[in-house]
Design a binder for this molecule. Sequence first.
Ligand code: ADP
Ligand code: MG
Length: 372
Amino acid sequence: MSDWLEPHVIASAPGRVNLIGEHIDFSQGFVLPFAIADRTTAKLRKRSDDHIRIRSVQRPDAVVSTSLSELKPLGSGDWERYVLGVIWSLKIDEGVDIEIDGRVPLGAGLSSSAALECAVAVGLNQLFDLNLNKKELALLTQKAENDYVGVPCGIMDQSVSLMAESGSALLLDCRDLTTTLIPFDLAASDLELLVIDTQVHHALVDGGYAERRGNCESAAQKMGVVSMRDLSSQHLHESKDLLTDHEFLRARHAVTEIARVATAVELLKAKDFVELGRIITASHNSLRDDYEVSCPELNCAVDTALAHGALGARMVGGGFGGSAIALVARDHIAAMQSAIARAFDSAGFTTPRFFTSLPSDGARVELDHSAI
Ligand code: ADP
Ligand code: MG
């Protein structure tokens, strides 16, 4: 469109994969995600009025035009709410034009939503000289998704999209939000992470996540601890009689998963990828058997990957569909993809999508002409 002038600022932010630490963010646990190479770019330009215009290469039919006074949390709209939510949470009080180009696959569990929010937030921070640090930006982009879009996500996706560094994973303590970079140089070991997007999303019939979360909370209460973070495996086993079967299983997932993240950090430091693979697979087994959030497609992806030489594999994200990951020697990736595609075909499942990735850099300003 000819009236979209050259941007003043260009910023970009990546999607992410969580290596390990699943369904324990609300138990004050640890997560260990890394940024993927695919990024979303936001081009921003100040306006002289209070209008907002947004467009996305991925939504070619829609140019959204609104104004600062019309921003309304939980209002109607579609994808543009992720962008408007960030303008709202950063309390921007001048008009702006924003063009998006997202290369993070949408809806594949790679957090294209956080990549979009963080690219916009870093761009606005630069354009309007807000001087917000990355932790503040993480909290504000999470607020945009929680309170403006209405998705109750945790802080992991935005934290890693903002703070990641190439060749590292980011250990995030969900209790105090401190972060530590952990060396994760897959490329130097000729390994890659294969993401298998099952492309299915099974509806939950039994109250799903709320029930599981409630089980963890009631188990913690019965055992007299604030959260699973404060619970030892010994305390859990000694308290088994106090708990319902479900409470015990959900708590066992949380306690063992928190321990697995700590072990994974040590294994990464020691570059022991074989043992790391075993820990990743143990996480899958726990999600499948104790937390009970896997599904036949995810199990098929994991089992086939392991049968074809993956060092480890697990479902990632909420479960009941979405993606799985496998830690694989680079030379095996192509053969493994065909094996998984064949296994899905013979089981009558939807054809999966595949992505590979290496730990990459977090959000950054790509161009800054804001002072001009
Ligand atoms: P995920 O974050 O796992 O990719 P979500 O459902 O949380 O899945 O977020 C995907 C949504 O984010 C899309 O449906 C769309 O509304 C929005 N989105 C992400 N990237 C873009 C983009 N480049 N252009 C337009 N909308 C986008
Ligand atoms: Mg998302």
